[in-house]
Ligand binder design. Structure first.
Ligand SMILES: *Cc1c(COP(=O)(O)O)cnc(C)c1O
Length: 381
């Protein structure tokens, strides 16, 4: 395929990028085409300001209006109650692995963590720097080698009533394991990393104390992390922690304690407008079920492809699969690329394949992947 984008030559704005591909990468991931086109149209001159959003002060009226509109749309789409703050921070989702314990422990000494795969594993490691971590579900003790093929039944959870909070990763991006519903944990504040599935389905925010999501999977460009935090959980961080890591400081300054990632904030705003136009989270959920349903069906119907996640907990965003002959992996990835289907190789820690299909992946992208998979199976099966 011709590489048209990686060049410093001035590209005609009217050029038709017929070489664009379906990107199944886990993140940074593809954004809706319409959003990219609008961003391009507004790139040099945002709404008659004569400047790019990238060049506008975060304190200007122009950017303040972008920031306020983005937050309003975000609140509207997720139906966020008034007693929650929405923070637009930097440091990615991983910054929250530390900010959550720093801000929520208060005078408690421990927290409960569902360890269901790689990302919750990283969160556990970070939290262990600050408190005692009770691991509720532990893939290290099973056969999964650090990945869960399932989420343990509720009757097996030993929740600790003295925990400062209970933490779970709603969708484990690497293996493709997703909580089908919000875990029942009683009165202890519930914290969720929703980096790879926020905005993919309607959500009852009020069941949570904190929800966070790095933007680069389903919301916008990388670096930005959006944090939804219940107001009564703000203001309990010890005095010695860095100001940047204190929810109270960030909330008091409307996420502008320092210069926020303005362009990522703006791009996320365009994505939110697009979601609204598509019919909101119900429409996103419907599309996600269509995409993942089709693909799992093809995998389950074949002896050539395999997915080992318990069907009840299969992710609607990240569909992992293996070929029955590992030596065909490279061939699969490279021929898929020739078909305009890119970034299908699984995470380096688990191997195999993974098709990440966030909101921006059109149904036609999945249809193209399925057609390729069936063709590949015929010629190699
Ligand atoms: C990608 C991902 C992260 C890490 O995001 P960064 O912004 O790179 O820190 C954390 N959690 C989940 C579930 C992810 O998918």
């Amino acid at each position: 395929m011709e590489q048209k984008i990686n060049t410093l030559k001035v590209v005609d704005a009217q050029e038709n990028y017929s070489g664009l591909v379906y990107n199944f990468g886990a993140g940074p991931a593809m954004l809706p085409r319409e959003v990219m086109q609008l961003a391009r149209a507004e790139f040099l001159d945002w709404h008659g300001s004569g400047m790019s959003v990238m060049e506008i002060s975060h304190r200007s009226d122009e950017f303040m209006s972008i920031a306020a509109q983005t937050e309003a749309d975000f609140r509207d789409i997720l139906d966020i109650p008034d007693n929650y703050k929405v923070l637009f921070l930097q440091g990615g989702a991983s910054s929250q692995f530390a900010m959550v314990p720093l801000n929520l422990l208060a005078d408690k000494k421990s927290a409960d963590y569902f360890h269901t795969g790689t990302w919750s594993g990283k969160a556990v490691k970070e939290a262990e720097r600050f408190c005692q971590v009770n691991v509720i579900a532990d893939p290290e003790v099973g056969a999964g080698g650090g990945q869960m093929m399932s989420i343990p039944e509720q009757k097996t959870w030993s929740l600790n009533s003295d925990a400062a909070y209970v933490y779970y990763t709603d969708n484990e991006t690497i293996s493709g394991v997703e909580f089908p519903s919000i875990p029942e944990v009683g009165d202890v504040p519930l914290v969720s990393d929703m980096t790879s599935n926020l905005l993919s389905r309607p959500l009852n925010v009020s069941r949570h104390g904190v929800i966070f999501a790095g933007a680069q999977k389903n919301i916008g460009p990388s670096g930005l992390v959006i944090v939804i935090v219940r107001e009564d959980l703000i203001g309990h961080a010890p005095k010695h922690i860095p100001s940047m890591y204190d929810y109270a400081v960030q909330a008091k300054n409307d996420s502008m304690f320092n210069t926020p990632p303005t362009y990522s904030w703006y791009m996320s705003g365009l994505v939110l407008k697009w979601i609204k136009q598509q019919g909101g989270l119900k429409a996103m959920e419907k599309l996600s079920h269509i995409r993942s349903g089709k693909l799992y069906q093809v995998i389950d119907d074949s002896d050539f492809y395999h997915n080992s996640i318990n069907p009840k907990y299969r992710s609607n965003m990240n569909v992992s699969f293996t070929l029955n002959d590992d030596s065909l992996n490279e061939k699969f990835v490279s021929e898929a690329k020739d078909h305009g289907l890119v970034a299908l190789q699984g995470h380096r820690s688990v191997g195999g394949m993974r098709a990440s299909m966030y909101n921006a992946m059109p149904e036609e992208g999945v249809d193209a992947l399925i057609a390729f998979m069936q063709e590949f199976e015929c010629s190699n099966g």
